[in-house]
Ligand binder design. Structure first.
Ligand code: GAL
Length: 671
């Protein structure tokens, strides 16, 4: 594994064999006899890796400066004796009661001025100097105590930074926001110009006058809102960096990370930016029970995580063995679903499969959240599946370190997501993820792998590049995308892309300013559709959400709108760009329209599925540096499915016979 952003050796991967397996371990909730039984059960399940101490600050330091490490010493020693490696937490994700009582100013404040109190978790603001001092303090004490411990493999910094609260409006946050703005802009004139404050008399005379964008009579300044999003994402990472500085000092050879929540649901944090500071990418992922396409959302999130990891293998730090406790209706996973989920993450680049949590709690608000050891103990379906998964992962050891093969990229940018959904836009129905997910879904169902890449990422390796709703884009990133087409790729740009620059200033002269030349078109005016309405297209199809007045300026019209007032106006165009092509989609086609377009784009770019297979089989190929390849075939249906592949199924150890059983998985080491 390549380490990002620094030179710490990847010791987790040299210490843990094969695909790492385990979960969050919270032994502080249990008496010693249960902790001893845990060791036996972990052996039975094949556990190799655990996150320990995430929420244990109040037990480790019951009052200021008084420490109680006995139980954690015992746990660390026992895990080491059993060959289990540990991602040791900084214990900072839930400040102890004594700290809150002494320093209530550490508590987070919401936009309307409410103070979020203790009694739950994550009740601190990352810009609190006091909190940082205490958090660095406990981090140093833990690091000093365990720096030479044989179980220590990785630092688990805090937990899911930005979970529950990701925007901070207190006085200290406001001061940190102002300081951040001053560093970003240098002068108040530069800020006024970036925020366009000539509008509505919003001009500032000094940085001291600026507040976070809280509650106001009407829509707030979009530049201020966008910068506040950037600031909050940065502030959480800045807090991370402060803790990691302590860890580096005490344990320079131990890598550090924090668990991300990359998925279609996490918008507030710019994980492509965060990745620069993480030694290895770790992600938590939970299915939305009741969504019949939850396995496709899983694939989207796992592909996004791999993109954040720059294509390197990553750690699935948390998922669930069965039901969670925080959705309106917490349904269990179906038989075999946990194995399919786990191996889908591995297929998409995970080299570790971990759960929240090892043993299901009997008290507290997560007592009905599933775990590896359920309330019912060993004689349960979940436990049998946990043991089965451990055995399966052992057999997949050869896969570790290989990389997912993909010739298609979907450009993904958190800043474009934020900017495109700030208020006062042409249509509230334009949601950043909708087209991205529609194309990802279509490619998923065909067995075509997709890399999610930042718009600044190298694109040479891709034959097809999809640029969806990239509303805000820098000149450099727009050029990077245009260069991919010039070099021979097929590039698709969809509506509401390239409209503004990074300051959310419209690129004048006709939309989409950043991509007009590449696409050979000019858009005169937007015509968003009424809620739920549809528009006829020239090929007999229909579309929704968006239409616009497109003029050709070098491109050819492949399809046109077929309804007043835009009849005959192009809805889909194609332009030759260097040795490649640049397509433009000016509306949201229905299912058949998306499928027809994906057919054309794949045919033009020469991209084929990972293998031929029956419908309902998820297909992904990982390839090792040595050239060996592993085809993951995950059968999401309830009948047997044929897959054309030749090799040994690592999960059975036998030659693959061409069929994956209902609900089952094959991982074929190809000949
Ligand atoms: C995560 C969190 C865990 C646990 C889990 C339950 O967000 O990191 O501590 O709460 O959710 O699904």
């Amino acid at each position: 594994m390549t380490m990002q952003g620094n030179s710490v050796p990847a010791s987790i991967w040299s210490n843990v064999e094969g695909i790492a397996y385990g979960g969050d371990y919270n032994p502080e909730q249990w008496p010693v006899n249960v902790r001893l039984e845990d060791l036996e059960l972990m052996k039975e399940a094949g556990v190799t890796f655990l996150s320990v101490g995430i929420f244990s600050w109040a037990l480790l330091e019951p009052s200021e400066g008084q420490y109680n490490f006995g139980w954690l010493d015992e746990v660390m020693d026992n895990l080491a004796a059993h060959g289990i490696k540990v991602a040791l937490a900084t214990a900072t994700a839930a400040p102890p009661a004594w700290l809150v009582r002494r320093h209530p100013e550490i508590l987070p404040v919401t936009a309307d001025g409410s103070v979020l109190g203790p009694g739950s978790r994550r009740h601190y603001t990352p810009s609190s100097a006091v909190y940082r001092r205490y958090a660095s303090g406990i981090t140093r004490v833990i690091a000093e105590r365990y720096k030479n411990h044989p179980a220590l493999a990785l630092w688990h910094v805090d937990n899911e930074l930005g979970c529950h609260v990701s925007e901070f409006y207190g006085a200290e946050d406001a001061a940190a926001f102002r300081a951040w703005l001053e560093r970003r802009y240098g002068s108040i004139d530069a800020l006024n110009s970036a925020w366009g404050t000539a509008f509505w008399s919003q001009n500032y005379g000094s940085f001291e006058e600026i507040l976070p964008p809280g509650v106001a009579p009407s829509t707030l300044n979009p530049g201020q809102q966008l910068d506040f999003q950037r600031f909050n994402s940065w502030a959480l990472m800045d807090y991370y960096r402060e803790l990691v500085a302590v860890l580096r000092e005490v344990t320079p050879g131990i890598p550090a990370t924090t668990n991300l929540m990359a998925s279609s649901a996490t918008k507030a944090l710019d994980y492509f930016d965060w990745a620069k500071d993480l030694d290895v990418i770790a992600n938590d992922h939970y299915l939305v029970a009741g969504d019949p396409e939850r396995h496709i959302e899983l694939a989207f999130s796992a592909d996004l995580t791999r993109g954040i990891a720059g294509g390197d293998p990553w750690i699935l730090m948390e998922h669930s063995t069965s039901a969670v406790n925080w959705q309106p209706r917490n349904q269990p996973k179906l038989p075999g679903e946990m194995l399919r989920n786990s191996l889908a993450h591995v297929a998409r680049g995970a080299d570790a499969v971990m759960f929240f949590q090892w043993r299901q709690s009997f008290a507290g608000s997560e007592k009905f959240h599933s775990a590896m050891v359920p309330h019912g103990g060993r004689d349960t379906r979940v436990w049998r599946e946990v043991v089965g998964l451990g055995a399966a992962l052992k057999r997949l050891a050869p896969v570790r370190g290989s990389r997912v093969e993909s010739r298609v990229a979907i450009v993904f940018d958190y800043e474009a997501w934020w900017a495109s959904e700030i208020d006062s836009k042409p249509s509230e129905d334009v949601r950043y993820l909708d087209l991205l997910r529609a194309f990802h879904r279509s490619l998923f169902l065909r067995g075509v792998s997709v890399d999610m890449v930042h718009p600044s990422a190298p694109l040479e390796a891709y034959d097809l590049v999809l640029v969806c709703t990239l509303y805000a884009v820098s000149d450099a990133d727009a050029s990077n995308i245009a260069a991919a087409a010039s070099a021979g790729a097929t590039v698709l740009v969809t509506y509401f892309s390239g409209i503004v620059d990074q300051n959310d200033h419209v690129r004048l002269g006709g939309y989409p300013g950043a991509f007009r030349d590449l696409l050979g078109i000019r858009v005169e005016e937007f015509h968003p559709l009424s809620a739920g309405s549809q528009l006829k297209l020239s090929d007999g199809g229909v579309s929704s959400i968006w239409s616009e007045h497109v003029h050709l300026a070098g491109a050819e019209a492949v399809q046109t709108f077929a309804e007043y007032p835009l009849e005959g106006v192009p809805s889909l165009t194609r332009h030759t760009a260097g040795s490649g092509t640049a397509w433009y989609l000016a509306t949201f086609p229905d299912h058949d329209g998306i499928e027809a377009l994906v057919d054309r784009l794949l045919a033009e770019s020469g991209v084929a599925p990972a293998a031929a297979a029956d419908a309902g089989v998820e297909l992904v190929r990982r390839r090792a540096d040595s050239g060996g390849s592993y085809l993951f075939a995950i059968n999401h249906t309830r009948s047997h499915a044929a897959v054309e592949a030749v090799g040994i199924d690592l999960l059975t150890g036998s030659a693959f016979a061409g069929t994956v059983e209902a609900g089952s998985v094959a991982v074929i080491a190809e000949d």
